[in-house]
Design a protein around this ligand. Structure first.
Ligand code: BTN
Length: 145
């Protein structure tokens, strides 16, 4: 019995951090949300900032959708297994601004998911219209590459 538990401990130690359960959630890659929007995120730099591009599948305007750049930061890069992050998208076809905040989750099989909440601020002609200028929503991204 004692040697069995010894073997189990040894196996766990050898498998170590490469097991799916211990893997860190990695923002870098290509992601898709429930609307069909595609997001590419770069690797983090030393400060934990990243860039990328957002190809939205839907828009609040009637203008032709263009792939748009994004800038973001991850909290405590390299130390957290399921880190929080935020990014803003600079839409190339609209005057709106969107900010995403979220957390990168990894399950026991190593499958990663970005759970986010977003705020979309639309440009309105006057302060009187400010009450209707902001939309809020949640979005889940799964890795496609
Ligand atoms: C605009 O319509 O003015 C810019 C495009 C906004 C797209 C929004 S951002 C939140 C939501 N999630 C998406 O993937 N697309 C929409």
């Amino acid at each position: 019995m004692r040697s069995l538990s010894c073997c189990v401990l040894l196996a766990l130690a050898l498998l170590g951090p490469s097991t799916a359960a211990a893997r860190k959630c990695d923002l870098q890659g290509l992601w898709r949300n429930e609307l069909g929007s595609n997001v590419t995120l770069s690797a983090l730099d030393a400060a934990g900032t990243f860039s990328g591009s957002y190809h939205t599948a839907v828009a609040a305007t009637n203008k032709k959708i263009l792939v748009s750049p994004l800038q973001g930061t991850q909290q405590h890069p390299g130390t957290k297994r399921q880190p929080t992050f935020s990014f803003t998208v600079q839409w190339q076809f609209s005057d709106s601004a969107t900010a995403f905040v979220g957390q990168c989750f990894v399950d026991h099989r190593g499958k990663e998911t970005l759970e986010t909440t977003w705020l979309l601020r639309e440009e309105v002609p006057s302060r009187r219209d400010a009450w209707k200028a902001t939309r809020v929503g949640t979005s889940t991204f799964t890795r496609i590459k």
